[in-house]
Design a protein around this ligand. Structure first.
Ligand SMILES: NC(=O)c1ccc[n+]([C@@H]2O[C@H](COP(=O)([O-])OP(=O)(O)OC[C@H]3O[C@@H](n4cnc5c(N)ncnc54)[C@H](OP(=O)(O)O)[C@@H]3O)[C@@H](O)[C@H]2O)c1
Length: 251
């Protein structure tokens, strides 16, 4: 059987890197994208499968368009797109947060995701085949203080995934969204701008998800028969759950 090709954005760490490892071990070919080229090069050397890497800032629409246009002939057929590149920047109340941080999240979690989706769909439409897995977050449906724009960008990811399903009705192109809770990756290090102590405190004395847990869920989605579309999977660590509603009381 022909080996499938999986394009992963944000493959240089966390979920993306874990997916690259698991998919390579499961016999898939890979296209790996991120800004940190050296990390991608190391992964390419390590993985025992065909891997094409490209340094792309997915927030740069022109760069994403060139990347898709210039894919080598033997990597043009994308069977699975994993829109994983994303980030939270800062953790501040809306009334105190920086517009630059908000913009960075919208650019990466939403604008870049729609660029990659639209361009991958050209090829999928031609072949009437393909699967898009978007990485959302429980923050997209469970509000929390200081989650403001991050949560809103992930609500966009969920609704965009569902609207894609509606548009693709009658085709053999599938769409899924995975919505993880707290997972120990570089996510908090990025959110707290490299403050390792603050990042470590997020996971201290708690059993957070590990990147491999999300990679396994993605592999399960990919390996479903054609008739099955997994619409959404929400995964939280055992030590995380929903909060109650807050009542503010004044004397
Ligand atoms: N960890 C969690 O608790 C959690 C929970 C729910 C959802 N998520 C979501 O899961 C996804 C992966 O996050 P993670 O936890 O694995 O964090 P991570 O370890 O920080 O990985 C994020 C990845 O995204 C890439 N990336 C960020 N901006 C990019 C850009 N402009 N262009 C290209 N690549 C870019 C990073 O690569 P470079 O820096 O090399 O570009 C990195 O490979 C994100 O969408 C995140 O919002 C995470």
């Amino acid at each position: 059987m022909e080996q499938k090709t999986i394009l992963i954005t944000g493959a240089s760490s966390g979920f993306g890197e874990a997916m690259a490892r698991l998919f390579a071990a499961s016999g898939y070919r890979l296209i790996l994208v991120a800004r940190r080229r050296e990390r991608l090069e190391n992964l390419q050397k390590e993985l025992k499968t065909d891997v094409y890497i490209q340094q792309v800032d997915v927030t740069n629409r022109g760069a994403v368009e060139n990347f898709f246009k210039e894919l080598p002939e033997n990597f043009r057929k994308i069977d699975v797109l994993i829109n994983n590149a994303g980030l939270a920047v800062g953790l501040d109340l809306a009334q105190e947060a920086s517009l630059d941080d908000w913009e960075a999240m919208i650019e990466t979690n939403n604008k870049a995701l729609v660029y990659c989706t639209r361009l991958a769909l050209d090829n999928m439409k031609e072949r009437n085949a393909g699967l898009i897995i978007n990485i959302g977050s429980v923050a997209g449906s469970a509000p929390y203080p200081k989650g403001n724009v991050y949560g809103a960008t992930k609500a966009f990811v969920r609704q965009f995934s569902r609207n894609l399903r509606a548009d693709l009705a009658g085709t053999d192109i599938k769409v899924s969204v995975i919505e993880p809770g707290a997972a120990e990756t570089e996510f908090s290090l990025v959110r707290f701008r490299g403050d390792a102590e603050k990042a470590a405190a997020v996971y201290k004395n708690t059993r957070a998800l590990q990147a491999g847990d999300i990679a396994k869920a993605a592999l399960w989605i990919i390996e479903q028969p054609l008739r099955v579309n997994i619409d959404a999977i929400e995964i939280m660590p055992i030590d995380q759950t929903y909060a109650g509603l807050v009542m503010v009381r004044k004397e």
